[in-house]
Design a binder for this molecule. Sequence first.
Ligand code: PEP
Ligand code: MG
Length: 596
Amino acid sequence: MAIQQQINKVIHGIGASPGIVSGRAYLVERYKVRLPQKRIEPSRVDEEVERFLKAIEEAKNQLKEVKESILDPEVRQHAFILDVHLMILDDQMLIQNTIDNIRKRKVNSEWALDLTLEKMDSAFKTIEDEYLRERRSDLHYVSARIFRNLMGKKHDDITKIKGKVIVVAHDLSPADTLQMQLSQVAGFITDIGGKVSHTAILARSLGIPAVVGLEVATSLINGGDLLIIDGETGEVVINPTEETSKSFFERRKRIKSMEREVLKYASLPAETRDGVRIHLQANIEMVEEISSAKSHGAEGIGLYRTEILYLNRKNLPTEEEHYQTYRKLVENISPGTVTIRTLDIGGDKFLDGYQKGNEMNPAMGLRAIRFSIRETDIFKAQLRGVLRASAHGKLKILFPMISGIEEIRRAKAILEEEKKGLAKARIPFDRGVKIGAMIEIPSASVIADILAREVDFFSIGTNDLIQYALAVDRINEHVSYLYEPLHPAILRIIRSVVQSAKNAGIPTAICGEMAAVPSYVLVLMGLGLEEFSMHPIAIPKVKRALRMVRAEETKTLVERLFQFSTPTEIKRYVRKWMAERFPEEFFKLIAEDLKT
Ligand code: PEP
Ligand code: MG
């Protein structure tokens, strides 16, 4: 059923990755195919079987074509997933069962295949082997393609698109995103998701504008509609009039010129007016982002998320692969430091074959360090790679999602074992390599005084800390209005963590998205923080803001903030405080996050 065409319709979501772009909508309908269910005459059974087999053949050809058209070697290494899908298209259970359904039940192919899927789904649920059980999602992906062939729908075959498109999806996982031909993608928009979902973080990493949590995008937008998206304000316009387009592009021009202006600050020292030196580092997920980190003025890499090394592949990265990757990082960022975070899989990032598919609450499930401590072989391979790379420059190790002392001790013990092994084999590594704990679970913040005795540094992950402290799912658009970095509870938690670390004589950094927002950084400075890690493009903005204030006055600002009881009051006050100090244009550029 075609959706009525919208004209100049504005819908609002959550700005997830900045930038204003326009392009034709490209609908990825993976999760949303409405199936026609029809009974057929006995005389038409053979014809229907033919139709089904033809749809399978078509699907094979389409996948082969997609595979052949991937030229980018980076993307190509993920192409094995297409082979898995091709294998599924040859699966006899899938084919025979559907044909049987057509013949015996006298139903159309769509219905028959749906029945097969239902049956296979329940069979999948009983499979012990997790890897096989996880193939269920591939089965659904492939089936969606067959359904669309049967129904004559257009495919999400992005290689066929001329010019850049805006991908419109109900949901996109980081793995889905990486499988796309990114050179064809001008922007992403999704129905679900929040600002700090990993897909949003990845979009920022890739520099692709994105709006998430639109709720109605896939139901209002038709493939081919002209869209304008603003990844800062979260606005999406469907089939804009010329006038609307003009006003967006004027805004884009203004922002771009402001950004060019701000970029001049990239190479200046991150120093406040009263001479306090602040350390700004970059969060990156790919080695290729190092040049962007440097050109935006990062002193080092404060957070290297290692998950991408594990995504979209059927085997695990080897120790050698880890080593080569991290070595490249330390060598390229020298004389700066790189902080490698060990695998943080789970939550909204899944590892092929290893994820507990049935977790009711994956964010609170077998995630991050919990997974590493359980799958020690995977953990050890990574640790050996990290340790070996530590011989080539300044490197620190960061353990994610620490919830208690026993966990950090276990992680440290495994690290010690690997150190011993390397020493015995006379393989060089930095024997004094510093280790840190992410403070992103409330329990860790409460016991920060004891935890501080176990590690060399803390890194506060506000993305998760806010999620767990306020009980607000970071990827759920329905509760995103409650996701408040300036919530009085968050400010109190951070203040107490910083104090505990100071008492113990260890440094604390912030590596959550809060560190990328100038107004929050000023508040965090007032709370005693001097080290921030953020996506590279945010660095010049943050630098410019902190160079305009005195560290002393941020302390006074924070004292005042502790007298307020609600995030709204706090935001209002910070907004006023900044408006008094910053030139209007710059204030406008950075005030978006303080909207009340
Ligand atoms: C965080 O939780 O703040 C963080 C930096 O880690 P991630 O976003 O990868 O969970
Ligand atoms: Mg986290």
